[in-house]
Design a protein around this ligand. Structure first.
Ligand code: SF4
Ligand code: SF4
Length: 300
């Protein structure tokens, strides 16, 4: 079969969202003479209702192969396999009955994606859903009509743990960070040292790693060596902290990101199959990310 990215088949007015796929042996395999892929723009952070998923699957059973890929690497819900005559009906059903749109493909802006952010994660320094939704709406034209020589991706992570792997996969990474000090609860630090609280929130506890050692497991692993103990108090030289999240991940009840929050912007990552991931480059160390995100959009 042949994959034909961008514009060979599609829906009226759009230059992406459908990836044409044709069999080289249609006489032998008439049922898959066409087997086009459709990308459906996912909701921010991929919050779905079961009613929507059921409706989507019923529609796809009726109009396509019934196979889906939940989700593609970009984040879209991917509907795998239909014929050219079904494309407009699928598009109509998606937009008029389910209130969703096609995602990006080819040399479009790709569907922006984000981590679960403040919806469920206490570490998020950004309203990742709001940013993702705003960018999706602001750049509708670029999302549906290929304007670039190659694809372009925005990905938004609420903190430097970067759960959407923006730093390795997106042309423009928006990663939540903070300017002020890491918040420290010294009583909780003592509770970790004393063994009352489980490090890493109990992850890795399937094996006995021995008692928690704050020096070995936190302080010595700080990449900038900016932490130390003074008696039984944990100290951090916040000017030297690179916001790597390691100490916070290990002791989430004792340490939290600061409250003066914004984003770090990086550019230029991509993950080509042959060369492997190419990490992005820091462009803006700190920028406020409040609606309507004018400063950021000026940069874009
Ligand atoms: S990137 Fe950070 S804020 Fe987003 S889900 Fe992961 S840990 Fe939470
Ligand atoms: S966040 Fe990383 S760099 Fe900052 S103090 Fe913790 S371990 Fe060190």
């Amino acid at each position: 079969t042949h994959w034909k990215h961008g514009g060979i088949v599609g829906v009226f007015g759009y230059g992406g969202g459908v990836i044409g796929r044709y069999s080289d042996a249609p006489e032998q395999f008439p049922a898959i003479a066409h087997f086009h892929t459709i990308r459906v723009n996912q909701p921010a952070s991929k919050f779905y209702s079961t009613a929507y998923l059921r409706k989507l699957c019923e529609m796809w059973d009726h109009r396509g192969s019934g196979m889906t890929n939940l989700h593609g690497s970009t984040g879209d819900m991917v509907l795998l396999g239909t014929t050219t005559d079904q494309l407009e009906p699928v598009f109509y059903d998606l937009t008029h009955q389910m209130g969703v749109d096609l995602g990006g493909s080819g040399s479009n802006l790709r569907t922006p994606s984000c981590c679960i952010g403040k919806a469920r994660c206490e570490w998020s320094c950004l309203d990742t859903q709001a940013i993702c939704y705003d960018l999706t709406q602001t750049y509708q034209d670029e999302l549906h009509r290929p304007a670039f020589p190659y694809k372009f991706k925005f990905k938004v992570s609420g903190c430097p743990n970067d759960c959407v792997a923006a730093i390795a996969r997106s042309c423009c990474s928006i990663i939540g960070t903070w300017k002020d000090d890491i918040r420290i609860d010294q009583a909780a630090v003592k509770a970790y040292i004393g063994g009352e609280l489980k490090p890493n929130a109990g992850a890795h506890s399937d094996k006995d790693w021995g008692p928690f050692d704050i020096q070995k497991e936190v302080i010595d692993l700080c990449p900038t060596q900016c932490m130390w103990m003074e008696g039984d108090e944990l100290k951090i030289d916040n000017r030297e902290c690179t916001r790597c999240m390691h100490c916070i991940n290990v002791m989430p009840e004792a340490l939290r990101p600061g409250t003066d929050t914004g984003a770090t912007i990086l550019v230029g990552a991509k993950a080509p199959i042959l060369d492997g991931a190419q990490m992005s480059t820091l462009a803006i160390p700190f920028i406020r990310m409040e609606p309507p995100y004018d400063e950021f959009k000026e940069f874009v």
